[in-house]
Design a protein around this ligand. Structure first.
Ligand SMILES: NC(=O)c1ccc[n+]([C@@H]2O[C@H](COP(=O)([O-])OP(=O)(O)OC[C@H]3O[C@@H](n4cnc5c(N)ncnc54)[C@H](O)[C@@H]3O)[C@@H](O)[C@H]2O)c1
Length: 259
């Protein structure tokens, strides 16, 4: 059963792409939403839309997930304002063109820079959301649910992007650890691994006809996902409709990882 209307959910990277689409679907269900993004203008504009789309509340926070104090303060403020916190989506992430070099030419600067956002940033969000989810769950609210966003790159590697691939592998492992640690208190954690998705992160690539043609061959469904097709899985996992699903690493990739 969907209990989204009773939930307050924080979404990192909520200002764009998959995070924004998740916020939009949460809004349509009447949830309260905290949008955490380094791009505060995008977060503010989205919150205005979310309120007219049915969100109980929608509050933007300017947060760089690399900055632990910013993450902690935003989550605490959101929980205080919403009267608790029942969900977290960690969608903030980057892919840098400099990362797409052969490993023998990769730099530790780029490797660290990607890990700092995609993996350490995810850790910061989980670390500071978890006590809030625990308190809200113990108080009898909807049981806490965390959905991390990794990538098919973390499942099988794409043959490029050392930092990106390692960061997403780390997110997958962290989610499994979290699910085991929190299961007894009724808190769930799952990881969604999108395949190629039509968001600002990928738009440059998708506008290249050569790449598009290659794509048709590498993805059995022959197309990229729309962000809403990833968001619907994220929102399902957040909700009580997935009450016995935890510790799962689920690809939404048009059958691309089928061997
Ligand atoms: N688009 C794809 O093909 C694809 C495929 C697999 C996985 N993913 C993953 O999905 C997630 C969302 O990506 P997207 O495609 O929606 O990209 P996007 O660029 O549209 O959105 C990413 C959001 O994260 C925010 N962000 C970036 N760095 C941040 C930081 N340091 N602190 C806070 N916010 C920050 C950006 O401002 C942006 O709003 C990412 O983790 C990405 O790795 C995307």
């Amino acid at each position: 059963m969907s209990d989204l209307a009773q939930r307050a959910v924080a979404v990192t990277g909520g200002g764009s792409g998959i995070g924004a689409a998740s916020c939009e679907q949460l809004a349509a269900s009447g949830a309260a939403i905290a949008v955490l993004d380094v791009d505060v203008v995008a977060a503010e504009q989205l919150c205005t839309k979310l309120l007219s789309a049915g969100a109980r509340e929608a509050v933007p926070f300017e947060v760089d997930v690399r900055e632990e104090g910013e993450v902690e303060a935003a989550l605490a403020t959101a929980a205080e304002r919403f009267g608790g916190l029942h969900g977290l989506v960690t969608s903030a992430g980057v892919f840098y063109a400099e990362d797409a070099t052969p490993l023998a030419e990769a730099t530790s600067e780029t490797f660290r820079a990607v890990l700092e956002i995609n993996l350490v940033g995810t850790f910061h969000a989980i670390r500071h959301a978890l006590p809030l989810l625990q308190a809200s769950t113990a108080a009898g609210g909807p049981a806490g649910s965390i959905v991390t966003v990794a990538s098919t790159a973390g499942l099988r590697g794409h043959g490029f992007g050392a930092g990106y691939t390692a960061s997403k592998g780390g997110v997958i492992s962290l989610t499994r650890l979290l699910a085991k640690q929190c299961a007894a208190e009724g808190i769930r954690a799952n990881c969604v691994c999108p395949g190629l998705t039509d968001t600002p992160m990928q738009r440059g690539a998708l506008e290249n006809p050569e790449f598009e043609a290659k794509l048709a061959k590498s993805i059995p469904m022959g197309r990229a996902a729309q962000p809403g097709e990833i968001a619907s899985l994220i929102v399902h996992l957040l909700s009580g409709a997935a009450s016995y699903v935890s510790g799962q690493i689920i690809a939404a990739d048009g059958a691309a990882t089928v061997v």
